[in-house]
Write a protein that binds this ligand. Structure first.
Ligand code: SF4
Length: 305
Protein backbone atom coordinates (compact mmCIF):
# COMPACT_ATOMS: atom_id res chain seq x y z
CA UNK A 1 0.00 0.00 0.00
CA UNK A 2 2.73 2.38 1.04
CA UNK A 3 4.74 1.91 -2.14
CA UNK A 4 1.67 2.76 -4.26
CA UNK A 5 0.99 6.03 -2.43
CA UNK A 6 4.63 7.03 -2.15
CA UNK A 7 5.42 6.74 -5.84
CA UNK A 8 3.33 9.74 -7.02
CA UNK A 9 4.62 11.75 -4.07
CA UNK A 10 8.21 11.03 -5.11
CA UNK A 11 7.34 12.03 -8.69
CA UNK A 12 5.84 15.29 -7.50
CA UNK A 13 8.92 16.05 -5.41
CA UNK A 14 11.19 15.28 -8.35
CA UNK A 15 9.14 17.54 -10.63
CA UNK A 16 9.25 20.36 -8.08
CA UNK A 17 13.03 19.91 -7.74
CA UNK A 18 13.51 20.00 -11.53
CA UNK A 19 11.24 23.05 -11.91
CA UNK A 20 13.14 24.86 -9.18
CA UNK A 21 16.45 24.05 -10.86
CA UNK A 22 15.15 25.26 -14.22
CA UNK A 23 13.75 28.44 -12.65
CA UNK A 24 17.12 29.26 -11.09
CA UNK A 25 18.93 28.60 -14.36
CA UNK A 26 16.59 30.81 -16.40
CA UNK A 27 16.67 33.66 -13.91
CA UNK A 28 20.46 33.48 -13.71
CA UNK A 29 20.89 33.48 -17.49
CA UNK A 30 18.46 36.35 -18.04
CA UNK A 31 19.98 38.34 -15.18
CA UNK A 32 23.45 37.72 -16.63
CA UNK A 33 22.46 38.87 -20.12
CA UNK A 34 20.83 42.00 -18.67
CA UNK A 35 23.99 42.79 -16.70
CA UNK A 36 26.47 41.95 -19.49
CA UNK A 37 24.78 44.23 -21.99
CA UNK A 38 23.40 46.84 -19.58
CA UNK A 39 19.91 46.15 -20.90
CA UNK A 40 17.95 47.70 -18.04
CA UNK A 41 18.57 51.05 -16.39
CA UNK A 42 16.87 52.87 -13.55
CA UNK A 43 13.63 54.49 -14.68
CA UNK A 44 13.27 52.39 -17.83
CA UNK A 45 9.81 51.68 -19.15
CA UNK A 46 10.20 48.37 -20.95
CA UNK A 47 7.66 47.38 -23.55
CA UNK A 48 7.55 43.58 -23.63
CA UNK A 49 6.27 42.31 -26.96
CA UNK A 50 3.93 39.43 -26.32
CA UNK A 51 2.86 37.24 -29.22
CA UNK A 52 1.21 34.44 -27.27
CA UNK A 53 4.09 32.05 -28.00
CA UNK A 54 6.19 30.30 -25.33
CA UNK A 55 9.19 32.61 -25.71
CA UNK A 56 7.45 35.91 -25.09
CA UNK A 57 5.40 34.48 -22.20
CA UNK A 58 8.62 33.25 -20.60
CA UNK A 59 10.29 36.61 -21.21
CA UNK A 60 7.51 38.52 -19.45
CA UNK A 61 7.28 35.95 -16.67
CA UNK A 62 11.01 36.09 -15.87
CA UNK A 63 11.25 39.88 -16.15
CA UNK A 64 8.33 40.22 -13.74
CA UNK A 65 10.06 38.16 -11.09
CA UNK A 66 13.49 39.71 -11.69
CA UNK A 67 11.95 43.15 -11.24
CA UNK A 68 10.87 42.24 -7.73
CA UNK A 69 14.48 41.77 -6.65
CA UNK A 70 16.18 44.21 -9.03
CA UNK A 71 18.41 46.89 -7.48
CA UNK A 72 16.86 49.50 -9.80
CA UNK A 73 13.26 50.52 -10.44
CA UNK A 74 11.84 49.92 -13.88
CA UNK A 75 8.38 49.52 -15.37
CA UNK A 76 7.04 46.77 -17.59
CA UNK A 77 4.19 47.10 -20.05
CA UNK A 78 3.09 44.16 -22.19
CA UNK A 79 2.03 44.84 -25.77
CA UNK A 80 0.34 42.48 -28.15
CA UNK A 81 -0.30 43.23 -31.78
CA UNK A 82 -3.56 41.61 -32.83
CA UNK A 83 -2.91 41.12 -36.54
CA UNK A 84 -6.44 39.87 -37.17
CA UNK A 85 -5.44 36.41 -38.22
CA UNK A 86 -8.49 34.21 -38.65
CA UNK A 87 -9.22 32.33 -35.44
CA UNK A 88 -6.95 34.49 -33.24
CA UNK A 89 -8.35 34.09 -29.70
CA UNK A 90 -8.35 37.78 -28.78
CA UNK A 91 -9.48 37.17 -25.20
CA UNK A 92 -6.57 34.91 -24.13
CA UNK A 93 -3.79 37.47 -23.61
CA UNK A 94 -5.91 40.18 -21.93
CA UNK A 95 -7.26 37.57 -19.50
CA UNK A 96 -3.77 36.28 -18.68
CA UNK A 97 -2.35 39.77 -18.25
CA UNK A 98 -5.21 40.92 -16.02
CA UNK A 99 -4.79 37.82 -13.86
CA UNK A 100 -1.08 38.58 -13.47
CA UNK A 101 -1.74 42.27 -12.84
CA UNK A 102 0.46 43.42 -15.73
CA UNK A 103 -0.30 46.76 -17.42
CA UNK A 104 -0.86 46.05 -21.09
CA UNK A 105 -1.91 47.41 -24.44
CA UNK A 106 -3.46 45.48 -27.31
CA UNK A 107 -2.86 47.08 -30.68
CA UNK A 108 -5.42 46.09 -33.32
CA UNK A 109 -4.00 46.27 -36.82
CA UNK A 110 -5.16 44.07 -39.67
CA UNK A 111 -1.76 43.31 -41.17
CA UNK A 112 -3.06 39.86 -42.10
CA UNK A 113 -5.25 41.27 -44.92
CA UNK A 114 -2.42 43.47 -46.21
CA UNK A 115 0.03 40.58 -46.32
CA UNK A 116 -2.52 38.26 -47.92
CA UNK A 117 -3.19 40.84 -50.62
CA UNK A 118 0.45 41.60 -51.38
CA UNK A 119 2.18 38.22 -51.13
CA UNK A 120 1.48 35.78 -53.99
CA UNK A 121 -0.19 32.51 -52.98
CA UNK A 122 2.30 29.83 -51.91
CA UNK A 123 5.09 32.26 -50.94
CA UNK A 124 6.09 32.80 -47.33
CA UNK A 125 4.44 35.85 -45.82
CA UNK A 126 6.72 36.14 -42.80
CA UNK A 127 9.16 38.68 -44.13
CA UNK A 128 6.55 41.32 -45.03
CA UNK A 129 4.49 40.47 -41.95
CA UNK A 130 7.51 40.99 -39.66
CA UNK A 131 8.39 44.27 -41.32
CA UNK A 132 4.87 45.61 -40.85
CA UNK A 133 4.78 44.36 -37.27
CA UNK A 134 8.11 46.01 -36.48
CA UNK A 135 6.97 49.41 -37.75
CA UNK A 136 3.75 49.21 -35.74
CA UNK A 137 5.53 48.14 -32.56
CA UNK A 138 8.01 51.01 -32.86
CA UNK A 139 5.14 53.46 -33.19
CA UNK A 140 3.35 51.95 -30.18
CA UNK A 141 6.58 52.14 -28.15
CA UNK A 142 6.75 55.88 -28.85
CA UNK A 143 3.10 56.37 -27.98
CA UNK A 144 3.54 54.51 -24.69
CA UNK A 145 6.73 56.39 -23.85
CA UNK A 146 8.70 53.15 -23.66
CA UNK A 147 12.47 53.53 -23.33
CA UNK A 148 13.23 49.91 -24.31
CA UNK A 149 11.54 47.25 -26.40
CA UNK A 150 12.08 43.68 -25.17
CA UNK A 151 11.80 40.79 -27.63
CA UNK A 152 11.62 37.07 -26.86
CA UNK A 153 14.40 35.84 -29.16
CA UNK A 154 16.60 33.24 -27.49
CA UNK A 155 20.03 31.66 -27.91
CA UNK A 156 18.94 29.33 -30.71
CA UNK A 157 17.38 32.19 -32.70
CA UNK A 158 20.65 34.06 -32.45
CA UNK A 159 22.80 31.15 -33.56
CA UNK A 160 20.40 30.16 -36.36
CA UNK A 161 20.44 33.74 -37.66
CA UNK A 162 24.24 33.75 -37.70
CA UNK A 163 24.28 30.48 -39.67
CA UNK A 164 21.56 31.70 -42.05
CA UNK A 165 23.58 34.82 -42.82
CA UNK A 166 26.75 32.79 -43.33
CA UNK A 167 25.15 30.04 -45.44
CA UNK A 168 22.84 32.13 -47.57
CA UNK A 169 23.87 35.77 -47.15
CA UNK A 170 27.67 35.56 -47.25
CA UNK A 171 27.94 37.67 -44.10
CA UNK A 172 29.15 37.14 -40.54
CA UNK A 173 26.08 38.78 -39.06
CA UNK A 174 23.96 37.48 -36.25
CA UNK A 175 21.16 38.78 -34.08
CA UNK A 176 22.41 41.19 -31.39
CA UNK A 177 21.28 41.10 -27.77
CA UNK A 178 20.87 44.89 -27.83
CA UNK A 179 20.56 47.30 -30.72
CA UNK A 180 19.26 50.68 -31.74
CA UNK A 181 16.10 50.27 -33.79
CA UNK A 182 16.36 51.02 -37.51
CA UNK A 183 14.31 54.21 -37.07
CA UNK A 184 16.99 55.27 -34.56
CA UNK A 185 14.45 56.04 -31.87
CA UNK A 186 14.43 52.97 -29.66
CA UNK A 187 16.69 50.51 -27.92
CA UNK A 188 15.70 46.91 -28.56
CA UNK A 189 16.82 44.27 -26.04
CA UNK A 190 16.80 40.46 -26.08
CA UNK A 191 17.07 39.34 -22.45
CA UNK A 192 16.69 35.64 -23.42
CA UNK A 193 19.93 35.81 -25.43
CA UNK A 194 21.63 33.11 -23.28
CA UNK A 195 18.58 30.86 -22.91
CA UNK A 196 18.19 27.60 -24.83
CA UNK A 197 14.90 27.03 -26.61
CA UNK A 198 14.45 23.60 -25.03
CA UNK A 199 14.54 25.23 -21.59
CA UNK A 200 11.84 27.68 -22.68
CA UNK A 201 9.71 24.76 -23.85
CA UNK A 202 10.07 23.10 -20.44
CA UNK A 203 9.32 26.37 -18.65
CA UNK A 204 6.19 27.00 -20.73
CA UNK A 205 4.95 23.54 -19.86
CA UNK A 206 5.70 23.97 -16.18
CA UNK A 207 4.06 27.40 -16.02
CA UNK A 208 1.11 26.29 -18.17
CA UNK A 209 1.15 29.44 -20.30
CA UNK A 210 -2.01 29.73 -22.43
CA UNK A 211 -0.11 29.38 -25.71
CA UNK A 212 -1.63 30.74 -28.89
CA UNK A 213 -0.45 28.65 -31.86
CA UNK A 214 1.66 30.55 -34.36
CA UNK A 215 0.21 28.75 -37.36
CA UNK A 216 -3.05 30.69 -37.44
CA UNK A 217 -1.99 32.76 -40.42
CA UNK A 218 -1.40 29.60 -42.46
CA UNK A 219 2.11 30.69 -43.45
CA UNK A 220 5.09 28.38 -43.23
CA UNK A 221 8.32 29.48 -41.64
CA UNK A 222 11.19 29.90 -44.09
CA UNK A 223 12.25 26.37 -45.13
CA UNK A 224 15.95 27.15 -44.84
CA UNK A 225 15.45 28.40 -41.29
CA UNK A 226 13.49 25.25 -40.44
CA UNK A 227 16.34 23.11 -41.79
CA UNK A 228 19.02 24.99 -39.87
CA UNK A 229 17.01 24.75 -36.65
CA UNK A 230 16.73 20.99 -37.14
CA UNK A 231 20.46 20.76 -37.90
CA UNK A 232 21.30 22.69 -34.74
CA UNK A 233 19.09 20.44 -32.62
CA UNK A 234 20.75 17.35 -34.11
CA UNK A 235 24.21 18.76 -33.42
CA UNK A 236 23.21 19.63 -29.87
CA UNK A 237 21.98 16.08 -29.29
CA UNK A 238 25.21 14.62 -30.63
CA UNK A 239 27.59 17.19 -29.17
CA UNK A 240 26.00 18.90 -26.15
CA UNK A 241 27.34 22.41 -25.65
CA UNK A 242 27.86 23.20 -29.32
CA UNK A 243 25.15 25.89 -29.45
CA UNK A 244 26.55 27.59 -26.35
CA UNK A 245 29.99 27.53 -27.94
CA UNK A 246 28.65 29.14 -31.09
CA UNK A 247 26.94 31.81 -29.05
CA UNK A 248 30.14 32.37 -27.11
CA UNK A 249 32.01 32.72 -30.42
CA UNK A 250 29.71 35.64 -31.30
CA UNK A 251 31.19 37.48 -28.33
CA UNK A 252 34.80 36.57 -29.07
CA UNK A 253 35.47 37.87 -32.54
CA UNK A 254 39.09 38.04 -33.71
CA UNK A 255 39.13 40.39 -36.75
CA UNK A 256 42.82 39.68 -37.47
CA UNK A 257 41.86 36.04 -38.13
CA UNK A 258 38.94 36.72 -40.41
CA UNK A 259 38.98 38.46 -43.78
CA UNK A 260 37.24 41.80 -43.36
CA UNK A 261 39.61 44.58 -44.41
CA UNK A 262 37.30 47.14 -42.80
CA UNK A 263 37.97 45.59 -39.39
CA UNK A 264 41.66 44.80 -39.77
CA UNK A 265 44.31 46.59 -41.86
CA UNK A 266 45.41 43.57 -43.92
CA UNK A 267 46.59 45.69 -46.85
CA UNK A 268 48.95 47.85 -44.84
CA UNK A 269 50.08 45.09 -42.47
CA UNK A 270 53.84 45.01 -41.82
CA UNK A 271 56.08 42.86 -39.64
CA UNK A 272 56.54 44.69 -36.33
CA UNK A 273 59.75 42.99 -35.24
CA UNK A 274 58.17 42.48 -31.82
CA UNK A 275 57.06 39.01 -30.76
CA UNK A 276 53.47 38.71 -29.57
CA UNK A 277 52.97 35.70 -27.28
CA UNK A 278 49.21 35.88 -27.84
CA UNK A 279 49.59 36.41 -31.56
CA UNK A 280 49.17 34.18 -34.55
CA UNK A 281 50.05 30.53 -34.43
CA UNK A 282 49.86 30.33 -38.18
CA UNK A 283 51.37 26.89 -38.53
CA UNK A 284 49.84 25.26 -35.45
CA UNK A 285 47.55 22.44 -36.52
CA UNK A 286 46.05 22.23 -33.07
CA UNK A 287 44.69 25.76 -32.81
CA UNK A 288 42.78 26.60 -29.67
CA UNK A 289 39.68 27.29 -31.74
CA UNK A 290 38.69 23.61 -31.48
CA UNK A 291 36.25 23.42 -28.62
CA UNK A 292 36.71 20.37 -26.46
CA UNK A 293 33.84 18.83 -24.53
CA UNK A 294 35.43 20.32 -21.41
CA UNK A 295 35.36 23.80 -22.94
CA UNK A 296 31.75 23.26 -23.91
CA UNK A 297 30.83 22.78 -20.27
CA UNK A 298 32.08 26.26 -19.28
CA UNK A 299 29.08 28.53 -18.59
CA UNK A 300 28.41 31.32 -21.05
CA UNK A 301 30.21 34.49 -20.11
CA UNK A 302 30.95 36.93 -22.85
CA UNK A 303 34.04 39.07 -22.64
CA UNK A 304 32.76 42.53 -23.33
CA UNK A 305 35.89 44.36 -22.30
S1 SF4 B 1 3.97 32.95 -39.22
FE1 SF4 B 1 2.30 34.30 -39.89
S2 SF4 B 1 2.07 35.79 -38.23
FE2 SF4 B 1 4.06 34.81 -37.96
S3 SF4 B 1 5.49 36.15 -39.06
FE3 SF4 B 1 4.85 34.57 -40.50
S4 SF4 B 1 3.15 35.48 -41.59
FE4 SF4 B 1 3.44 36.67 -39.75
Amino acid sequence: MNSVTELPLRDTRKQAFEANKLSKKLHRQVGQAIADFNMVEAGDKIMVCLSGGKDSYALLDILLSLRERAPVDFELVAVNLDQKQPGFPADVLPRYLRERGVPFHIEDQDTYSIVKKLVPEGQTMCSLCSRLRRGILYRVASELGATKIALGHHRDDMVVTLLMNMFFGGRMKGMPPKLASDDGRHVVIRPLAYVAETDLERWAEHRQFPIIPCTLCGSQDDLQRVQIRAMLRDWERQYPGRSDNMLRAMGHVVPSHLMDGKLHPFRTLKATGIADPAGDKAFDADDDGCATPAAAAVPIRLDLG
